[in-house]
Design a protein around this ligand. Structure first.
Ligand code: PEP
Ligand code: MN
Length: 408
């Protein structure tokens, strides 16, 4: 890890400390824990305050200009796919899809990758089964190994340092790419994002903006809290409430309007455009009942949020062959219903948050992947099933044209 003259100070002490945090690795007694935390606390930030301001400004203009937001990438990034070559391939696909959405809608498109730090996963089950043996679940390369042995699945705090290094590699390539793609890149990106899950890691990467003295999260441009970690009085929300980055929050089908108003009060107390991105992920059917009252409550409370559809996470099913999958038709249906609900409430439906791969994976069903039998052919996801480029293109075209072709 690179060293700088930065010394950890009171900025890394804040309102998240002492609060409960769910989904955290049990590694405080590991002999490498203290050293790993110290190493992160003295490392240079991975993103700059200037970049964060540029993204916030771009997000603050979406509703008034009708511009769109496209956030996409792996469910879980792999340490082995952070090379300049892998990163360049991902950036090419992000831009290709962003350009396609822009062409079809005549709108400009802000691009955000789930990359440069998307290494930690919340899990519903602590254990998983492999050939009649139960072992701890994979929790992302920041926490444990994807290899299916109980030793490999032990949480290792050194992985936080490796995650920092891997993120740094990706962020450097992204920065060069933005620079080479000229002035539009100054707002359109591609910017980085990930779920701010591991409090030990994120809290040690808080830095102070030299120009404004504000605290910002130096691990990524756009951190979000997940459906499992958005409790308003707990550590994850408290941590994001203490930084000036734009922040996201996933919303599952069981969230009540009051739950979301509490999250809005914590994350957007000053009602600032460009600050908060709300990301419903409710499922094709449940979105119909669950989303409208939440939209109305947030609008009535005066929070100028960005509304983004994640049509993936509420539509996950287990196939006969035992692999998790998603049907493109369900994904498209949820995305279009999201748009109808937002527009019916005279709100800007800003775009899509999707899990996709830059190569030709067979993880979701639809398009070239005709049925479940084809899933094992090229299923390489470390966690949730991703759309391949053809499937993501079909989703974007359906969103742009508002048609339901392919809907079953
Ligand atoms: C994810 O985005 O990979 C994820 C776990 O999402 P959610 O919090 O919506 O379940
Ligand atoms: Mn996922």
């Amino acid at each position: 890890m690179q060293q700088s003259s930065f010394t950890a100070d009171s900025i890394q002490l804040g309102p998240w400390e002492g609060r409960p945090a769910v989904q955290q690795p049990d590694w405080r007694d590991h002999p490498a824990y203290q050293e790993a935390c110290r190493s992160l606390a003295s490392a240079p930030p991975l993103v700059t305050a200037t970049e964060i301001r540029q993204l916030r400004e771009a997000l603050s203009r979406l509703a008034t200009t009708g511009a769109l937001l496209l956030q996409l990438g792996d469910c879980a990034e792999s340490f082995y796919e952070c090379t300049p070559r892998h990163t360049a391939e991902k950036l090419k696909v992000i831009d290709w899809l962003g350009d396609r959405l822009g062409e079809l809608t005549g709108r400009s498109v802000v691009r955000v990758g789930r990359m440069g730090g998307q290494f930690a996963k919340p899990r519903s089950q602590a254990l998983e089964w492999h050939d009649a043996l139960s072992i701890p679940s994979f929790r992302g390369h920041m926490i444990n190994s994807d290899l299916a042995t109980s030793v490999a699945r032990k949480a290792n705090p050194r992985r936080m340092v490796w995650a920092y290094e891997a993120s740094d590699q990706v962020q450097r390539v992204m920065r060069t790419y933005r620079r080479e793609n000229g002035p539009t890149a100054a707002t359109e990106g591609p910017w980085s994002s990930h779920e701010a899950l591991v409090v030990d890691y994120e809290s040690r990467l808080i830095r102070r903006d030299p120009d404004t003295d504000d605290r910002y999260l130096g691990s990524t441009h756009l951190p979000w809290v997940g459906e499992r970690t958005r409790q308003p009085a707990e550590a994850h929300v408290a941590l994001l409430s203490a930084v000036v980055n734009p922040v996201g929050c996933k919303i599952g089908p069981t969230a009540s309007p009051d739950d979301i108003l509490e999250v809005c009060a914590a994350l957007d107390p000053r009602r600032e455009p460009g600050r908060l991105v709300l990301i419903p992920r409710m499922g094709r059917d449940r979105i119909q009942e669950a989303l409208p009252p939440i939209v109305r409550a947030v609008v009535n409370a005066g929070h100028p949020v960005v509304w983004l559809s994640d049509p993936m996470h509420g539509n996950t099913v287990t196939s006969q062959v035992g692999l998790k999958t998603r049907h493109l038709t369900d994904v498209i249906t949820e995305a279009l219903r999201f748009r109808d609900i937002l527009e019916g409430n005279r709100q800007h439906a800003a775009g899509l948050h999707i899990e996709m791969a830059a190569d030709d994976v067979t993880e979701c069903i639809g398009g070239s992947v005709e049925n479940e039998d084809e899933l094992p052919r090229h299923y390489t996801s470390l966690c949730d099933p991703r759309l391949n480029v053809n499937q993501a293109t079909a989703l974007i075209e359906a969103w742009a044209t508002g048609t339901t072709t392919g809907r079953s």
